[in-house]
Design a protein around this ligand. Structure first.
Ligand code: SF4
Ligand code: SF4
Length: 148
């Protein structure tokens, strides 16, 4: 089941998440375009995820993985105040499902990197395959503008 934009906006409001003007939106201090540029770079990061039969095995059995709270956190954007503008939420609403969030069985996350939240991008279970540059990039996304 997919929700309309108005329903998603009401859901976000019920969580205390406001939709802000695009020019005011910041993700961990970064302007949207800057953040999205960083997020796109994570496409080349090897997160060393541990999948078997289509399920993540790194954080316990069954559904317990870093995406298991996707629906109730709106892809963890719920934890990023002042980061969502209307156009972004309209785009994201097209693939948000109240039960599954943005993840789908067998295909994984529906969102392109640039629309994923910082938590989606910097969480990992193993840093075995990170280069120094990858680590720097993920730290930058994690700690935000004030860290750089
Ligand atoms: S980062 Fe997430 S998907 Fe990857 S192995 Fe860890 S819990 Fe699983
Ligand atoms: S990576 Fe995608 S599926 Fe996983 S929590 Fe983030 S938005 Fe949801």
């Amino acid at each position: 089941m997919r929700l309309k934009y108005e329903d998603v906006r009401a859901l976000l409001a019920s969580w205390g998440v406001s939709i802000v003007p695009r020019e005011a939106a910041r993700v961990r201090g970064f302007e949207l375009d800057v953040y999205r540029g960083l997020a796109r770079l994570t496409e080349d990061v090897d997160y060393d995820c541990n999948f078997k039969d289509g399920c993540c095995r790194a954080r316990g059995p069954g559904d317990k993985n870093c995406c298991s709270e996707c629906a109730c956190t709106f892809g963890y954007w719920r934890k990023e105040p002042g980061a969502l503008d209307e156009a972004t939420v309209r785009t994201m609403a097209e693939s948000y499902d109240p039960r599954w969030g943005f993840r789908r069985e067998n295909t994984g996350c529906l969102l392109p990197r640039e629309l994923r939240s910082p938590i989606c991008l910097y969480i990992l279970c193993s840093d075995a395959k990170l280069s120094g540059g990858d680590r720097y990039l993920l730290d930058k996304i994690h700690y935000g503008l004030s860290w750089t």
